[in-house]
Design a protein around this ligand. Structure first.
Ligand code: ASP
Length: 577
C-alpha cells in the first residue's frame, strides 16, 4: 500500500495514529541533528520529521518520490503553521522507501527564479507540479464540472461529434488530415462542431452540448491557440432570447459553484450602442468614460479636420493629462488606424491648449454643455469614418482604463451584444463576408431582400462579452435551405461549390429541420479571466508556443517517410513552392 492518507489530509484529529504517505520531496531542512522534510502531493504538504538516520535519508534530494510510514504527532505550540491545512501536526517517520529519484532539475521549482516560457513548456510536467500552476488546471476542472452539471440539469444531452470531419468554416484556416484509405482525400479537423450540432437538431435531439475541441490554424497570440475548448450547445424551438436566458442562468450557476460569486444580470446592448458608447463590440462595461458623438457640434469650429470629417467622437477624461500622457494615447489611436488624437483641457473660463484655439466661443459653450465639462478635465477627439473613429477611441478608452486603474480584476461584468450586422465588407478583397459565420439567420425584416441592402442587414446573431473580452458567439441558424442557399450565393459561394462543401447540410434541411440556434463559449478565456490572467496558456495542460510547436514532445515533427509513402504524399521543396 502506498498511502493511507494524502499529504493534505492529516490534522490534530489523527494525533497518535500511524499513517503512510507518498509524494515528492518539496524541501529538506536540518535542525539540531533532526531532518525535516516537506512532502508534497496534489492535495497539500505534510511535514515529516526524521529523528534518526534511516537508510536512504541522507541521499534524498528535492523531487525524489518517497513513501514514508510514521506516527502523527501534534506540533509544539510555537511551531504550529496556521497557513497549512496540516500545520498543526507532523509525521514522525519510522520507515522510508525511495520510490524514484530525480535528476538535477532543469527549472527552479521553488518559484524563486522564473523560467522562460520555452523552458516551462518543455518541462511542463515539472512546471505543473508546482502548486500554483497545478491549481489553475484543477480550477479549470471545477469550472468544466460545474458547466457539465448545469447543462445536464437544464436537460442538455452531451454528444460527441467527430474530430475527422468535412471542413466546418469558422473563418480560420483548416488543419487537414490526409486519408490513407482514400488516397488524395483529406479530412479537416473541426474549427467547431457547427454543422454537426445543426444536424443533431435536425435529428431531433432538441438540446445538445459538448465540451468541444476546436482547431484553427491561425497566427497565435496570447489569447489564441491552435486548439481551444468550447462549451458548445444548440437548442431547438427557441428564440434567441430564450437561448441567452438559459445560458445566462448556467453561467451564473458556474460562478456561484466555483467562486461563490453572485453575478448580476448580464447587460444587453445592441452592437450599434456598444460601438457608439464604448467604441467596441466587446465593451468593458466595468467603468464609464463613454464616447460621445460631437460631429455636428464641432463642424462649426475653425478646425479643418473637424469640418471635413465624417464623424468626430469625443471622450472626456476626468483629470488633466500631461503632454506625455496625451502623446502616449495618441500612439494608441494611431496604432488603431486613427489619423490623430486632438485634445483640449478645461478650465473654469474656457478650453485651453491643444486645438482649443480653433474652437470659437459658441462651440466651446456648446461642448461644455453637451459634455457636461468641469474644470480640470481633458477632452480627446478623433475624427474619421464612423466605425474607425469609434474603434480607435474605444482603444484609447481601454488604455485610459489601465493607466488610471479604473477597474478591479475581481469584478465580472458580462454583456450580451445583440443585433450584430449579418455581413461586413472586406475592403481588401472587395466582397461581403458573414460577420460571424454563414449559418446565422437574418432578422425577419431583412429576409426578403438582404441581397439588396447588405450593409443594413442585422442578424439574429449575438456575442457574449466579459470585461472587454469576447467569450462566445451564437445565433439562430438558417433552418430553411432556400435562404441558406441565397446567403451562400450572396457571399460568393456558387451553386456547385455550395453543393460540394455543404451539400450534406443543405440536403439534411430538406427533410424537416426545426428552427434552432445555439452558441460556442470559450472555456480557457473564462478560466483565465476568473483567475485574473491574460494568457490562456496558463489554464491549458499542454499548450503550444507562439510558433504552434510543443517544446515538450517536439511536435510538429517531420513525418516518417514510410508514412508519407503510404499516404501517397510528397512535400514540395521550397523552390518548387
Ligand atoms: N460555432 C460558433 C463558433 O465557434 C459558435 C456558434 O455559433 O455556436 O464561434
Amino acid at each position: 500500500m502506498f498511502r493511507t492518507h494524502t499529504c493534505g489530509e492529516l490534522t490534530k484529529a489523527h494525533e497518535g495514529q500511524e499513517a503512510t504517505l507518498s509524494g515528492w520531496v518539496n524541501s529538506i531542512r536540518q535542525h539540531g541533528g533532526i531532518t525535516f522534510i516537506n512532502l508534497r502531493d496534489r492535495y497539500g504538504i505534510t511535514q515529516l520529521v526524521f529523528n534518526k538516520e534511516l537508510e536512504g535519508l541522507s541521499s534524498l534530494k528535492n523531487e525524489y518520490v518517497i513513501k514514508v510510514t510514521g506516527t502523527v504527532r501534534a506540533r509544539p505550540e510555537g511551531l504550529i503553521n496556521k497557513e497549512m491545512a496540516t500545520g498543526e501536526i507532523e509525521l514522525a517517520v519510522k520507515e522510508l522507501t525511495i520510490l524514484n529519484k530525480c535528476e538535477k532539475l532543469p527549472i527552479d521549482m521553488s518559484g524563486q527564479v522564473e523560467s522562460t516560457d520555452e523552458t516551462r513548456l518543455k518541462y511542463r510536467y515539472l512546471d505543473l507540479r508546482m502548486p500554483e500552476h497545478m491549481n489553475l488546471i484543477l480550477f479549470r476542472h471545477e469550472v468544466v464540472k460545474a458547466f457539465r452539471e448545469a447543462m445536464n440539469e437544464e436537460g442538455f444531452v452531451e454528444i460527441e461529434t467527430p474530430i475527422l470531419v468535412k471542413a466546418t468554416p469558422e473563418g480560420a484556416r483548416d488543419y487537414l488530415v490526409p486519408s490513407r484509405v482514400n488516397p488524395g482525400k483529406v479530412y479537416a479537423l473541426p474549427q467547431s462542431p457547427q454543422l454537426y450540432k445543426q444536424i443533431l437538431m435536425i435529428a431531433g435531439f432538441d438540446k445538445y452540448y459538448q465540451l468541444a475541441r476546436c482547431l484553427r490554424d491561425e497566427d497565435l497570440r496570447a489569447d489564441r491557440q491552435p486548439e481551444h475548448t468550447q462549451v458548445d450547445f444548440e437548442m431547438s424551438f427557441v428564440t434567441s432570447d430564450e437561448i441567452r436566458k438559459t445560458f445566462e442562468k448556467i453561467i451564473k450557476q458556474v460562478f456561484k459553484k466555483t467562486m461563490n460569486k453572485e453575478l448580476e444580470d448580464f447587460a444587453i446592448i445592441s452592437y450599434e450602442e456598444a460601438m457608439r458608447r464604448y467604441g467596441s463590440d466587446k465593451p468593458d462595461i466595468r467603468f464609464g468614460l463613454e464616447l460621445q458623438d460631437v460631429t455636428e457640434l464641432v463642424k462649426k469650429s475653425d478646425f479643418n479636420v473637424f469640418k471635413d470629417a465624417g464623424h468626430t467622437v469625443a471622450l472626456v477624461v476626468p483629470r488633466e493629462l500631461s503632454r506625455k500622457e496625451i502623446d502616449k494615447l495618441g500612439d494608441v489611436a494611431k496604432r488603431y488606424k486613427a489619423k490623430g488624437l486632438a485634445w483640449a483641457k478645461t478650465s473654469e473660463e474656457r478650453l485651453e491648449g491643444g486645438i482649443s484655439k480653433f474652437l470659437n466661443e459658441e462651440v466651446q459653450k456648446e461642448l461644455k454643455e453637451k459634455l457636461q465639462l468641469k474644470d480640470g478635465q481633458t477632452i480627446l477627439f478623433i475624427s474619421d469614418r464612423l466605425r474607425q473613429a469609434q474603434s480607435a477611441m474605444g482603444q484609447v478608452r481601454l488604455a485610459l482604463r489601465d493607466q488610471l486603474e479604473l477597474v478591479n480584476k475581481e469584478d465580472f461584468k458580462f454583456a450580451w451584444i445583440i443585433d450584430f450586422p449579418l455581413f461586413h465588407y472586406n475592403e481588401e478583397e472587395q466582397r461581403w463576408e458573414p460577420e460571424h459565420h454563414m449559418f446565422s439567420m437574418p432578422k425577419p425584416e431583412f429576409v426578403d431582400d438582404f441581397e439588396e441592402r447588405p450593409g443594413e442587414v442585422l442578424g439574429d446573431l449575438w456575442d457574449l462579452t466579459l470585461n472587454g473580452w469576447e467569450m462566445a458567439s451564437g445565433s439562430i441558424r438558417v433552418s430553411n435551405p432556400e435562404i441558406q442557399k441565397r446567403i451562400m450565393r450572396f457571399i460568393g459561394i456558387d451553386e456547385k461549390d455550395a453543393e460540394r462543401k455543404f451539400g450534406f447540410l443543405l440536403e439534411a434541411y430538406r427533410y424537416g429541420g426545426p428552427p434552432h440556434g445555439g452558441m460556442g463559449f470559450g472555456i480557457e478565456r473564462l478560466v483565465a479571466l476568473m483567475k485574473g490572467l491574460d494568457d490562456i496558456r496558463e489554464v491549458m495542460a499542454f499548450p503550444k508556443n507562439k510558433n504552434a510547436q510543443c517544446p515538450m514532445d517536439g511536435s510538429p515533427s517531420e513525418p516518417d517517410p514510410a508514412a508519407l509513402q503510404e499516404l501517397k504524399i510528397r512535400f514540395l521543396a521550397d523552390k518548387e513552392d
